[in-house]
Design a protein around this ligand. Structure first.
Ligand code: ADP
Ligand code: MG
Length: 628
């Protein structure tokens, strides 16, 4: 047997890093600015603990384009490097100075916000540059150093005359990457990745308008001046304590995140946890549009204030991806290129923490200002209902604040609802029947009929509500939902005082035969009911079960029942106590009977929106003929 070490030579590894480690070339800027930020934060830490004697001051990072010379400069006022440190940190690929620093100052530097991790970021510069220079002066007395490398593993290191502390990185932009010499490109990149980084970043200048001097004429232009353009907000709201922020601050930060968004957010949730993992952030409930897909990818993920991605799949539970805002966690495992999340146990923990936190916050908003919560319910219900369906933990918590509005604009929690209807709405098996409407206008007649009997009718109109009802029916005991036009309420709800039939058994039998001759049996199941004489003579209903299955099929998920296409099948409920039905029976000629039945059937279909096209045209024509 032979044993040995695989020999990795730099010549082979170097091009690999350059080409394949980072799929996105643009991230070189993020990496270099992260290093400049680290260098500044390290110096801050060292001055804080007295290990550096220099004046910390107000350090900045500057990005400068020299278009003619095809150079891009990144200049910081951080702790700099001695020649020995350049040898150690730069020449050793995959040795992370950031990690070494965190190890060395384990106890004190935990929260210093140092970004670096893998010791590979610096080399991403070679993705866009064919030569890179580092001119750096350490915060110590050591002389400045000048390192140059053209992308081959050879480099030069000499003494430099740089006098001020800090590091300047000079990229000689390669022929195929000249886009990175454009102001607009760099400015867009800085805004994408560095907008909230903790050290001020200067890029170019901007024109500022000054107040007019006293005595200036109306037509005189206001004076202007060129000022430094700081592109970032080093203290974004999520890094602050919730206690230090007002409602206005949250709204202001929302505008900072989504400058083109006019609409104000409905609620915000400030996340702030440091055990067992570190995570901060602010989530916003926006006003939801009907198209849920468009809403996605609005939450941004940061690590130590560096933008990572706006695809938070996995970290944020699916139902909350409709929200907006930021999450910042150094503990979310990313791969070396920081772009793809690595799914593992830690991520799951974060996801369930976020779920819990969102539920708790919703509950406290509900408790503190129920009126406001009710007013916003329609805009947030889709998220909450979706969460109740997809996350069991959320379902349990949401029981305290999920609302069930009535057609009259009352809002019940589930418990309040069951208390309100307990006595009056039970079926033959003493199961509670929760009546609901999905469309106030279309189901108006049925709603009125139910209200006439003093029943509560909910208005449940979100697209996934049939799934939610199914879920509630299986997790709550002894309840069932029924749409107001599903079967007849008198069938659904146990009534002691059922109306007595005016028709004899014989009359009923001949009515039944007559109806079966005229009404197409493949579409309607005829039911004779002795109802109140004032109730409609003919009513069309669809069995709750059948309609809901169809709805669930339409909104996805129906497939799992393996039903294929279900036929359109309705009940035709005929009120044997109505005057009209009595008249139909007593009409002498068959032809006239048929006409009355068809006209009544069409009226019933019309009220359910089931009469369309040619049938509707014929109905209207027939009706005009009748009143002529
Ligand atoms: P990482 O940031 O993960 O440690 P990098 O490859 O990005 O790895 O950088 C390697 C090391 O080079 C850093 O850890 C740091 O010690 C040093 N370095 C890079 N840029 C700077 C800078 N602007 N100022 C001071 N040191 C720097
Ligand atoms: Mg780095």
């Amino acid at each position: 047997m032979t044993k040995g070490n695989i020999n990795v030579s730099v010549e082979n590894i170097f091009p690999l890093i350059k080409k394949f480690l980072y799929s996105d070339h643009e991230i070189f800027l993020r990496e270099l600015i992260s290093n400049a930020t680290d260098a500044t934060l390290k110096l801050k830490h060292l001055t804080n603990i007295g290990e550096s004697k220099v004046e910390y001051g107000n350090p900045q990072i500057e990005v400068k384009i020299d278009k003619d010379a095809k150079k891009l400069h990144i200049i910081d006022q951080g702790l700099g490097m001695t020649a020995e440190e350049v040898e150690k940190y730069i020449n050793q690929v995959a040795f992370s100075g950031a990690e070494e620093f965190l190890d060395k100052y384990k106890d004190s530097a935990q929260d210093s916000g140092i970004i670096g991790h893998f010791g590979l970021g610096f080399y991403s510069a070679f993705m866009v540059a064919d030569k890179v220079e580092i001119i750096t002066k350490s915060h110590t007395e050591a002389p400045a150093a000048h390192w140059t490398c053209d992308g081959s593993p050879e480099y030069t290191l000499e003494v430099s005359d740089k006098a001020e502390r800090g590091t300047e990185i000079i990229l000689h932009i390669a022929e195929d990457s000249t886009e990175f010499l454009e102001d607009s490109r760099i400015s867009a990149l800085l805004l994408k990745y560095n907008k909230f980084m903790p050290v001020p970043i200067k890029f170019g200048t901007k024109t500022e308008t000054l107040p007019k001097p006293e005595g200036a004429k109306e037509e005189d232009p206001a004076p202007t001046q060129e000022v430094e353009n700081i592109i970032n907000n080093p203290n974004p709201a999520w890094t602050k304590q919730p206690a230090d922020l007002e409602e206005q601050d949250y709204k202001g930060f929302y505008r900072e995140l989504y400058p083109s968004q006019f609409e104000e957010p409905l609620f915000n949730i400030h996340l702030n946890v440091d055990y067992p993992f570190n995570l901060t952030g602010i989530l916003y409930f926006p006003k939801m549009s009907v198209d849920m897909q468009i809403q996605k990818d609005k939450i941004q993920l940061y690590q130590n204030q560096v933008f990572v991605t706006d695809n938070v799949e996995g970290i944020v539970p699916e139902f909350l991806t409709m929200l907006r805002g930021v999450i910042d966690s150094p503990d979310i495992p990313l791969n070396v290129s920081r772009s793809y999340l690595q799914a593992d146990g830690a991520v799951k923990k974060i996801s369930s923490y976020i779920t819990r936190k969102v539920a708790d916050k919703l509950k406290s908003i509900f408790n503190n200002n129920r009126e406001d919560f009710e007013a916003k319910w329609n805009d947030i219900k889709i998220v909450i209902e979706y969460g109740m369906l997809s996350e069991e933990k959320f379902f349990e918590k949401a029981d305290a604040f999920a609302l069930y509005p009535t057609v009259d604009g009352k809002y019940y929690t589930f418990e309040e609802l069951t208390n309100a209807i307990k006595a009056k709405q039970t079926d033959k098996d003493d199961k509670m029947v929760i009546l609901y409407a999905s469309d106030k206008d279309a189901q108006h007649a049925y709603i009125e009929a139910a209200k006439g009997k003093d029943y509560e009718v909910l208005l449940l109109d979100s697209p996934i509500v049939s799934h939610l009802m199914q879920k509630l029916e299986t997790s709550k005991e002894n309840i069932s939902f029924a749409r107001v036009d599903a079967d007849h309420i008198d069938n659904l709800i146990k009534k002691e005082d059922t109306a007595i039939s005016k028709l004899s058994e014989d009359e009923k039998k001949s009515l039944d035969e007559l109806l079966k001759e005229v009404v197409p049996s493949e579409k309607f199941m005829v039911q004779l009911e002795a109802m109140d004489s004032s109730a409609s003579p003919f009513m069309i209903t669809q069995p709750e079960f059948m309609r809901r299955m169809k709805e669930m099929q339409a909104s996805g998920g129906g497939g799992m029942f393996g039903m294929g296409n279900m036929p359109e099948m309705y009940n035709l409920v005929v009120n044997t106590n109505s005057e009209l039905v009595g008249e139909i029976l007593n009409t002498k000629t068959k032809k006239k009977q048929e006409r009355l039945i068809n006209q009544s059937l069409d009226l019933a279909r019309l009220s359910q929106g089931l009469l369309k096209g040619e049938e509707l045209t014929n109905f209207i024509k027939r009706s005009y003929d009748m009143i002529k």
